[in-house]
Design a protein around this ligand. Structure first.
Ligand SMILES: Cc1cc2nc3c(=O)[nH]c(=O)nc-3n(C[C@H](O)[C@H](O)[C@H](O)COP(=O)(O)OP(=O)(O)OC[C@H]3O[C@@H](n4cnc5c(N)ncnc54)[C@H](O)[C@@H]3O)c2cc1C
Length: 386
């Protein structure tokens, strides 16, 4: 059997990138994966290693010091990181994905020149802040608002369930613009907000099932200069193109988690003996392992198809939604089977099986839930028949 990465649409350069990241992850991330989730600390040393290897600039254009990779490059990298350390995958998802690509595509020249080289060097943590206490899937219900003032905007509101705000430098904040009626996405866009602006407050440090911590953000009359505009009123639809790409990356993390779990189950099944045989000899186990492989192969093919995207800037909505729903649900099926293969020992925190199952639970919560994405997929089917 050939290496899985050779059976997809990856180039030799992407396979080399994957191998490089795998080596870093297995050597440096795997031994401390549990520690990062138990302490809730940001895995800064891992980001440094990835930056030194040129990986943090995967999504940054070459002219800004990055590698100028496409969405598939980012997917390949995130799969390899998630295979050993979910917390590190989540800590790099934004810089390898929508944050960097949105700044590169929509930011003004000064903003790009300032931020992108620092992202590529791993010097900047850049969060995206969309979710609010009363607005999750329904972005049209956000209440954060930017009111025009001399030279920019005054921004007020709050965000919830936001990653990495304990270490953040820059935030892409989803906001309503002006003083309109306050419903729907017509007046919604994004501003870039520096963490150290007066009026920015971070609170909470909620522990999660996967290990990374989530925070609340309060914005009290924060001045944001004109040059920090990313996309103005009506720009949410523009940003949706970038979110389609982000869905492929969320799905790549699901694949990495499932692959890491399958690797662990294969080793365990060959080593654990019952009834005088390795449990790998029993059909019940063989078929579970085979079902895991079938699931992962199918998900990877879907995600690579969506992320490859025939050279367009952003993956399309239908392909990325199909890939994300399948990969998210696949990773739950796979990690559940893997825990079964580990038996009662799989329930212990000491062995890796339960860890993968917990990590897999995130995929279907962030970046578009399976329920909301299924609605979108059905909508595309109806449109295609008109
Ligand atoms: C680990 C983690 C990290 C996160 N990081 C960030 C971050 O950095 N930035 C950020 O902005 N957000 C972040 N989030 C928040 C995440 O994006 C939201 O949880 C997500 O958008 C869902 O919103 P909600 O939790 O409010 O759920 P809700 O939207 O309230 O949904 C609750 C349930 O109702 C279902 N539902 C909602 N609408 C429909 C519908 N129309 N049809 C059928 N079912 C529906 C959903 O599928 C879900 O099952 C993070 C979440 C997690 C878990």
């Amino acid at each position: 059997m050939t290496d899985p990465s050779e059976r997809y649409r990856t180039t030799a350069a992407q396979r080399e990138l994957a191998a490089r990241v795998r080596e870093i992850a297995e050597t440096h991330f795997a031994p401390r994966a549990l520690e990062w989730e138990q302490t809730g600390q940001f895995p800064a040393p891992n980001i440094k290693l990835l930056a030194e290897a040129g990986v943090m600039g995967t999504a940054v254009p070459v002219e800004y010091g990055g590698a100028g990779g496409g969405w598939l490059d980012s997917a390949v990298v995130l799969e390899e990181i998630a295979r050993t350390c979910y917390v590190t995958a989540m800590a790099t998802l934004g810089e390898l994905g929508v944050q960097s690509r949105a700044i590169a595509a929509f930011g003004d020249a000064a903003l790009k020149a300032d931020l992108l080289p620092r992202i590529a060097r791993g010097d900047v943590v850049c969060s995206i802040c969309i979710t609010e206490a009363d607005s999750g899937s329904d972005v049209g219900a956000i209440v954060t608002r930017a009111v025009p003032t001399d030279g920019g905007w005054r921004l007020s509101g709050g965000k919830a369930l936001i990653s990495r705000l304990d270490v953040v430098d820059i935030m892409l904040v989803c906001t309503r613009f002006g003083t309109g009626e306050g419903r729907g996405i017509r007046d919604v866009g994004f501003l870039v907000v520096e963490r150290d602006r007066p009026g920015v407050t971070v609170s909470g440090a909620h522990q999660t099932l996967g290990g990374e911590r989530l925070f609340e953000l309060t914005l009290t009359d924060v001045f944001v200069p004109e040059r920090n505009l990313l996309v103005g009123p009506g720009g949410f639809k523009t940003m949706m193109n970038a979110f389609n790409g982000q869905r492929c990356l969320n799905a790549a993390i699901s694949i990495g988690i499932a692959q890491g779990a399958l690797d662990a189950a294969l080793a365990r099944a060959q080593q654990r003996e019952q009834f005088g045989h390795p449990i790998a000899d029993f059909q019940g186990i063989r078929w579970m392992l085979a079902d895991c492989a079938i699931d992962i192969e199918a998900a990877r093919a879907l995600v690579h198809r969506a992320a490859y995207n025939d050279g367009n800037d952003f993956p399309n909505r239908y392909d990325s939604a199909v890939a994300k729903v399948f990969a998210n649900e696949m990773s739950l099926r796979v990690t559940d089977r893997v825990l079964q293969i580990f038996g009662g020992h799989g329930f212990l925190r000491d062995l890796p099986a339960e860890r993968y199952l917990r990590w897999a639970r995130y995929g279907g919560l962030g970046g578009g839930t399976p329920q909301v994405l299924r609605d979108g997929i059905a909508g595309e089917l109806y449109r295609a028949r008109r």
